[in-house]
Design a protein around this ligand. Structure first.
Ligand code: UT7
Length: 326
């Protein structure tokens, strides 16, 4: 019997504080006009009381509730993040503790904005092989703490939040499931989007380096995105044995509305098939795709049997795409 792997529940959480473009223009040299015409972003939610772990736990609880899964059933937790609250213990172990998933193996991955796709691929490989039955995968970020708030070219673009999905192996005829996945990395081009770790500070180094914040060469990342996303989506749809017209929805990483429009144009698909939430959330790196997935799932936009493409791209450089039947 063919072992399928399907997403059976989704959840998300974003911080309470909503910061509109006009709010930012009061504290830095920017404008709603610049941000919204270049990116489509109108607001983002920023963590004040919230933490990466706290939002991840909230998203996980929603996903478990929707999937009707209890914590003891979860065998595997993979959280994708570039902004955990701690270096260790890892975010996944913190989530495990908070939700009481005492039987799970828990570890994090870092593939930046492709992180959720990488987590899905990894979980799917474990589940397909029969090692585990039920996984909780997440993307969770507090990117606001990694921004240089004096650099208007980056800080206006990003937001905070978490998205989660319960993924389960099934042998049922009725089950949907993942049809195909592609992934890629290009470390050689990686420094166009980077954030360094703490500098060495042992007694043998003289160090007066300041903490590093997010650096992005926006135009290079833009070119990479409009080249890579349509290529990865074409590849993954072909591997699924489908035509582009058969795909009901394309859920792409929410970095820039213009990137999504460019991808839609190259794929010759109407924008109605590309739901977005970047207007309200900005770019939330690994959390962007799972939050959008939860938005369209909760709104009833996607229905059982729909064919959906998920795609992420970002620092590394990395990219990933998947086709699934809902
Ligand atoms: O998840 C990671 C993936 N990241 C992305 O996908 C981001 C991809 N890149 C982009 O989306 C675009 O490159 C940006 C939206 C980041 C920037 O748009 P752009 O059209 O490439 O602008 P630019 O960097 O060429 O800057 C144009 C001008 C500059 O002024 P001058 O030198 O022409 O006078 C900037 O200083 O816009 C200025 N600028 C701003 N002005 C007002 C940069 N940031 C701002 C700002 N407000 N926030």
């Amino acid at each position: 019997m063919l072992r399928k792997v399907e997403i059976i529940g989704t959840g998300s959480a974003i911080p309470k504080l909503r910061v509109a473009n006009d709010d930012l223009s009061k504290i830095m040299d920017t404008s709603d006009e610049w941000i919204s015409t270049r990116t489509g972003i109108r607001a983002r939610h920023l963590a004040v009381e919230e933490t990466t772990t706290g939002m991840a736990v909230e998203a996980a609880k929603h996903a478990m509730e929707k999937a009707k899964v209890v914590p003891e059933e979860i065998d595997l937790i993979i959280a994708a993040t570039v902004s955990p609250d701690r270096f260790f213990p890892n975010l996944s172990c913190e989530i495990q503790r908070e939700i009481g998933a005492k039987h799970a193996v828990a570890f994090d991955i870092n593939a930046a904005c492709s992180g959720f796709l990488f987590a899905l691929n990894l979980a799917s490989t474990y589940l397909k092989s029969g090692v585990y039955q039920t996984a909780l995968i997440l993307g969770a970020e507090t990117l606001s703490k990694m921004m240089d708030w004096t650099d208007r070219s980056t800080c206006v673009l990003f937001g905070d939040g978490a998205g989660a999905a319960i993924v389960r192996a099934s042998e049922s005829e009725e089950a949907g499931g993942i049809l195909s996945m592609v992934q890629g990395s290009d470390g050689a081009a990686g420094m166009v989007l980077n954030c360094s770790n703490r500098p060495a500070n042992n007694p043998y180094v003289k160090n007066d380096t300041a903490l590093s914040y997010t650096y992005m060469n926006g135009q290079e990342v833009y070119k990479f995105a409009v080249r890579t996303v349509p290529r990865a989506v074409t590849q993954v749809v072909e591997q699924a044995g489908l035509s582009m017209e058969e795909i009901d929805y394309f859920l792409l990483h929410q970095a820039n509305y213009r990137i999504i429009e460019a991808a839609a144009k190259r794929l010759k698909q109407p924008m109605e098939k590309f739901p977005t939430n970047l207007q309200e959330c900005g770019n939330i790196s690994a959390a962007s795709v799972p939050i959008l997935l939860d938005n369209v799932n909760s709104a009833g936009t996607i229905k059982k049997g729909d064919k959906i493409v998920l795609a992420g791209f970002g620092a590394g450089l990395t990219w990933g795409a998947a086709v699934l039947v809902w």
